[in-house]
Design a protein around this ligand. Structure first.
Ligand code: 4NP
Length: 178
């Protein structure tokens, strides 16, 4: 069997994915939850093939651990299965990701110290900028030393903010046919 000379050459179009890194302190509560929330949002909107979403912490003391059992429990009630393994952010991440999302001001300050160029500083975004439903917060507070309400609050804020952030990315940073 000869090859069909008229067949169009098979061209593999390599779409570069838009890479988002969610960052908190320990990478066991807020940022793995943010990763799970954003991953579900891109799937629900049919744009998951355009994105790569990950999370990391500025502190490496929990490296290798699954998310905190309390966060996994609260998240699973909303249908999120959080299986990320904690890791500490590296200088390489600052170059590799397109957007680096800080949960609070301390995370942002740590990220600014890690950035090596003005372009890397530009990648840092505060999640609080995208909170629309709760006027009391312009950051996602650390639930680690809190009770159930702290975990519910973090998830409420993240579901709101990640939806707004994804809208902003799809509208202003990615050219899509949507
Ligand atoms: P996260 O929460 O930054 O949302 O993952 C924390 C987890 C661990 C610690 C602090 C905050 N810690 O001190 O070990």
């Amino acid at each position: 069997m000869g090859k069909d000379k008229n067949a169009a050459p098979h061209i593999q179009m390599e779409e570069k994915k838009y890479k988002i890194l969610m960052v908190c302190l320990g990478n066991i509560c807020r940022s793995p939850a943010a990763e799970g929330v954003m991953q579900r949002l891109v799937e629900e909107r049919g744009v998951s093939q355009l994105f790569e979403i990950d999370s990391a912490g500025t502190y490496g003391g929990h490296s290798g651990q699954l998310p905190d059992p309390r966060m996994r429990r609260h998240a699973s009630r909303r249908g999120y299965n959080l299986t990320h393994r904690a890791r500490r952010i590296t200088g390489y991440d600052m170059g590799d990701f397109d957007m680096i999302v800080a949960m609070d001001d301390a995370n942002r300050a740590d990220l600014e110290r890690l950035a090596r160029t003005p372009e890397e500083v530009q990648k840092i975004v505060m999640i609080g900028k995208y909170i629309t439903t709760n006027p009391h917060y312009d950051y996602v507070p650390d639930p680690y030393y809190e009770g159930s309400e702290g975990f519910e609050l973090a998830l409420d804020l993240l579901e709101d903010a990640c939806g707004q952030l994804l809208d902003e990315i799809l509208t202003n940073r990615l050219k899509t046919n949507n």
